[in-house]
Design a protein around this ligand. Structure first.
Ligand SMILES: NC(=O)c1ccc[n+]([C@@H]2O[C@H](COP(=O)([O-])OP(=O)(O)OC[C@H]3O[C@@H](n4cnc5c(N)ncnc54)[C@H](O)[C@@H]3O)[C@@H](O)[C@H]2O)c1
Ligand SMILES: O=c1ccn([C@@H]2O[C@H](COP(=O)(O)OP(=O)(O)O[C@H]3O[C@H](CO)[C@@H](O)[C@H](O)[C@H]3O)[C@@H](O)[C@H]2O)c(=O)[nH]1
Length: 498
């Protein structure tokens, strides 16, 4: 343990609060709440950690052998602590009542109606969690906002709590945004680049910050725990995601220039990334970023700028989203044009449906949009993903914003148990997710199953293109020009439909 100031009998005594921190509760058993509390429980045997959720189904899954989310190493961490100092429950009130410190890890999706529709964060789940705490708390609580929220959300939580406070109860609200990425959640939680804690510069505020810091100090070096004011902490989370998304849109914008000029985007990324001021990470060109966070949080930033009357800044960040959408459109256009400008009734194989490898999460996955464009053109799409269940794929492709003819989706989409079946009698194979197993497939076997000419569209720059061309495939990828005329056509068409 690094610099932990435990009182020896488990927990940490907080003199200003006159309480010992020994029980924590987490509201929201999702991608963040589940893994982060499992790691806290594993690293802090002196704490009891209870994760609560409204969804009985989700809680049942957390208590079963099949966890609700797939994340490398998550099983071993959960199974080591569950039933000892880690509990999953639907009894939200009990969890709140017993805990001295409560994490709020509920979802903060983009609003789908009303003011800020399509951009602002919907804070209804945050507000309902805060109201629940105010209603059932019988003693003082440190409330930690871990969900990603717009600046000043902690202030709103604080206002709700103090407007409903009971005699003898007091609250401190801290901001502690989470930076884990899916697919590497456990590694990220165990070795975070930094932990951010925002709090009030008062005596009780500082002690609340120290208490939360003490939890992390069980495994995170103290110098990696950064404290700041609450607003900076909230904005830093949005800023970090906006910067990361911006790097991907920047390299994807470069990929369009590469295709038009004959430059190679991997070479450009390597050259740019070796500048120590820029660095090599997050410069992999792709069919576009997905996931539950980047689009939502950049839009949230755009909305914040608009509300602050900063239209030029809003437009700057909006471009990050616009380039991402352009990239998905451009890639699919290339598929259609390569297949002789018609894919109606053609079979197209899509390999990968998750938004990135090592997760079953499909939220905002580029694959959804690629499939949408293919289905709009009347193609038959044969999909294989190693982790995403059939029902999830069907539900994503029948969402109202994806199709206005959901009844056609089951006719046009086949979910396959492996890549080889998905390639059967197919005209083209499209890589949408960078799963490792796609690199080691027997592509000769796949080629033999496909109609000729057999095309591969590598949306992740994942495969050995020379080897595929040697087999006989026609290969297209992001940011590398293989056919000058085609590149020109795609560029013109994608611009005209934007
Ligand atoms: N997914 C990620 O990788 C990631 C990483 C960092 C930050 N975040 C942020 O963390 C937050 C949570 O994200 P997530 O992916 O875990 O969401 P999620 O949808 O997987 O989980 C949220 C859970 O909260 C529950 N919930 C909602 N309101 C509740 C209430 N009032 N009481 C009890 N339970 C309630 C839901 O039932 C759901 O199970 C979001 O703000 C997100 O932006 C996510
Ligand atoms: O060079 C790259 C890196 C990523 N991606 C894509 O970008 C998306 C997001 O990837 P990643 O950031 O690795 O996963 P997330 O789980 O969305 O994590 C992001 O969003 C989380 C939620 O806020 C933050 O906590 C993390 O720090 C932040 O990386 C995925 O579709 C990736 O395929 C690329 O196309 N090129």
């Amino acid at each position: 343990m690094n610099g932990v100031c435990s009182n020896g009998s488990g927990g940490m005594y907080l003199s200003q609060w006159k309480m010992t921190l020994s029980k924590i509760c987490c509201i929201g058993a999702g991608y963040v709440g589940g893994p982060s509390c499992a790691v806290i429980a594993q690293k802090c045997p002196d704490l009891t950690v209870t994760v609560v959720d409204l969804s009985a189904h989700r809680i049942d899954q957390w208590n079963s052998d099949t966890l609700p989310i797939f994340e490398p190493r998550l099983d071993e961490v959960v199974k080591a602590c569950r039933g000892k100092n880690l509990f999953f429950s639907t009894d939200i009130d009990k969890g709140i009542r017993e805990a001295e410190l409560i994490f709020i890890c509920v979802n903060t999706p983009t609003k789908t109606f009303g003011w800020g529709k399509g951009r602002a964060a919907d804070l209804k789940y945050i507000e309902s969690a805060a109201r629940r705490i105010a209603e059932v708390a019988q003693n003082s609580k440190i409330v930690v906002e871990k969900s990603t929220v717009p600046v000043k959300a902690a202030e709103s939580i604080s206002n709700i709590l103090s407007a409903n406070v009971k005699p003898g109860v007091k609250y401190q609200v801290l901001s502690n945004p989470e930076f884990l990425a899916e697919g590497t959640a456990i590694t990220d939680l165990l070795n975070p680049d930094r932990v951010l804690i925002g709090g009030e510069p008062t005596g009780e505020g500082s002690e609340a910050v120290k208490a939360l810091s003490w939890i992390y100090e069980h495994w995170v070096p103290k110098e990696n725990i950064i404290t700041m004011n609450t607003w900076s902490s909230e904005l830093s989370k949005l800023a970090a995601n906006a910067f990361l998304a911006q790097r991907i849109s920047s390299i994807n914008a470069m990929s369009a220039i590469c295709e038009a000029t004959g430059a190679d985007v991997d070479e450009v990324a390597h050259a740019v990334g070796t500048d120590s001021r820029i660095g090599p990470k997050f410069l992999k060109a792709s069919v576009g970023f997905g996931g539950s966070c980047f689009k939502k949080d950049v839009l949230n930033m755009v909305y914040l700028c608009e509300c602050l009357n900063l239209p030029e800044v809003a437009a700057y960040w909006q471009q990050v989203i616009d380039i991402n959408e352009y990239q998905r459109r451009r890639f699919t256009m290339r598929i259609v044009q390569s297949l002789f400008n018609t894919i109606t009734n053609k079979r197209i194989t899509v390999l990968g449906f998750a938004f990135k490898k090592n997760t079953a999460d499909t939220r905002e996955s580029a694959a959804i949009h690629v499939c949408k464009y293919l289905l709009d053109e009347g193609a038959h799409v044969q999909i294989y993903d190693p982790k995403v269940p059939r029902d999830q794929i069907m539900s994503d492709l029948t969402m109202a914003e994806i199709t206005d003819q959901p009844e056609r989706v089951p006719e046009l989409v086949t979910i396959c148990p492996n890549a080889y079946e998905a390639a059967e009698k197919s005209h083209a194979l499209v890589i949408c997710t960078e799963w490792d197993e796609f690199q080691t497939l027997d592509y000769q076997r796949i080629y033999d199953k496909m109609l000729k000419p057999a095309f591969i569209f590598d949306g992740r720059l994942l495969l050995d293109h020379q080897q595929l061309m040697d087999i006989g495939f026609k290969v297209e990828t992001i940011g590398k020009r293989l056919n000058r005329d085609q590149a020109k056509l795609v560029r013109t068409h994608a611009n005209s439909t934007s």
